[in-house]
Design a binder for this molecule. Structure first.
Ligand code: NAD
Ligand code: IPM
Ligand code: MN
Length: 359
């Protein structure tokens, strides 16, 4: 029996609440399948850990995670610890240390009932946003000059390397080719006269190697409008780190909210572990009340199953999410219901059991 070793970092706020349900589902999938099992190792890192130890993770934390098959993370960041410290010392540190340069964020309408767009049908929203996840606007480069003087100036430098830009764009072309879908690049070459001019140039360059892939290129401002008005325009989307961050929350809103938005941080070479986490944060406004929607985190778990080669299971979990979204008693408050986080996980596992038992 194959064993997958998963490092679980529940993190802050609703992180542990939603991760619990994802782990419940993963355990049940493995148990019902029988060919493999999961071993979960928990890491108590996050803002509470920081308040006790003065750091977000152990000094050798990256070393501790290195040999796991995957990392499953809830959310990081909580009032009390400055956000740039909590995020740079844990979440962003993992993404960067493990060269998880591909961030896969599917934006798919799973239920018209929870989609706020009245003018579109379910099948009109079905895109995959491929976000550059290792550099760009998130390079962490900059300077703070003349601090607290009247000449004070801060610099936040975007870093777009040829290697970093080419590899994400190539990954997107490969994905589009395999799926037989169009690829759209979202950039901003009119105003960002270095980084995005370079991005557009590389998109065109790499594109010449993929004459079979239909391509589009939009400026990020117009793309934001099109995403709401005509989401059907988008199939596979490739974009920079910051634009991808913003567009995927917008995408989440299109399909029903952050409670439904999943993400995978992939190191395609599989040299280091990849990390699976919902798009949302720790939601301090609802944490500790059992109100968090665990479906985003369960969807991220399904991305993990897909990554391990269990495509059937991955698809099954998404079908079950679609099913749950049709039942009022299975909806958390963000979806218009009163179900508790744990109830949704229990309903999920019940459906999984009855479906697999029938086979
Ligand atoms: P957030 O995603 O935590 O919350 C935004 C809004 O969406 C809130 O109203 C929240 O209640 C709601 N929401 C989010 N997830 C939900 C879910 N699963 N079910 C129901 N409602 C949900 O964003 P924020 O409030 O801007 O950030 C809070 C903290 O989280 C900050 O410290 C931020 O830096 C951090 N953050 C972390 C991550 C991450 O770990 N990947 C992502 C985003 C934000
Ligand atoms: C996300 C989050 C992170 C990001 C933050 C918390 C650093 O918003 O995963 O979308 O900007 O990448
Ligand atoms: Mn974000």
């Amino acid at each position: 029996k194959k064993t997958y070793h998963i490092a679980v970092i529940p993190g802050d706020g609703i992180g542990p609440e939603v991760i619990n349900e994802g782990v419940k589902v993963l355990k049940k999938v493995a148990e019902l399948d029988g060919r493999f099992e999961f071993k979960f190792a928990y890491f108590p890192w996050g803002c509470e850990y920081y308040s006790k130890h003065g750091k977000m993770m152990d000094d050798d934390g990256i070393e501790q995670l290195k040999n796991f098959d995957a990392i499953y993370l809830g959310a990081v960041g909580y009032p009390g610890v400055p956000d740039h410290i909590s995020l740079w010392d844990l979440l962003l540190k993992i993404r960067k240390s493990f060269d998880q340069y591909v961030n896969l964020r599917p934006i798919t309408c799973l239920s018209e009932d929870v989609c706020p767009l009245k003018h579109v049908k379910k099948e009109d929203i079905d895109m995959l946003i491929i976000r550059e996840n290792s550099e760009g606007e998130y390079a962490g480069a900059g300077d703070w000059l003349f601090k607290d003087k009247k000449e004070e100036v801060v610099l936040q430098t975007g870093v777009f390397s040829r290697k970093g830009t080419e590899r994400i764009i190539r990954y997107a072309f490969e994905t589009a080719r395999k799926a037989g879908k169009a690829l759209t690049s979202v950039s901003k070459g009119n105003a960002l006269n270095y980084s995005m001019v370079f991005w557009d140039q590389i998109f065109a360059e790499v594109g010449r190697e993929y004459p079979d892939v239909e391509t589009y290129s939009y400026l990020v401002d117009a793309a934001s409008m099109f995403m709401v008005q005509q989401p059907k325009r988008f199939e596979i989307v490739v974009t920079s780190n910051l634009f991808g961050d913003i567009l995927t929350d917008l995408g989440a809103a299109l399909t029903g909210g952050l409670g439904l938005a999943a993400g995978a941080n992939i190191n395609p070479e599989r040299k280091y572990p990849s990390m699976f986490e919902p798009v949302h944060g720790s939601a301090p406004d609802i944490s500790g009340q059992g109100k968090a929607n665990p479906l985003a985190s369960i969807w991220s778990a399904s991305q993990m199953l897909d990554f391990f080669g269990f495509e059937e299971h991955s698809k099954r979990l998404i079908k079950i999410i679609e099913k749950l979204l049709k039942e009022t008693e299975c909806l958390t408050p963000d979806m218009g219901g009163n179900a508790l986080t744990g109830d949704v996980g229990d309903f999920f596992v019940n459906i999984l059991e009855s479906e697999l038992a029938r086979q």
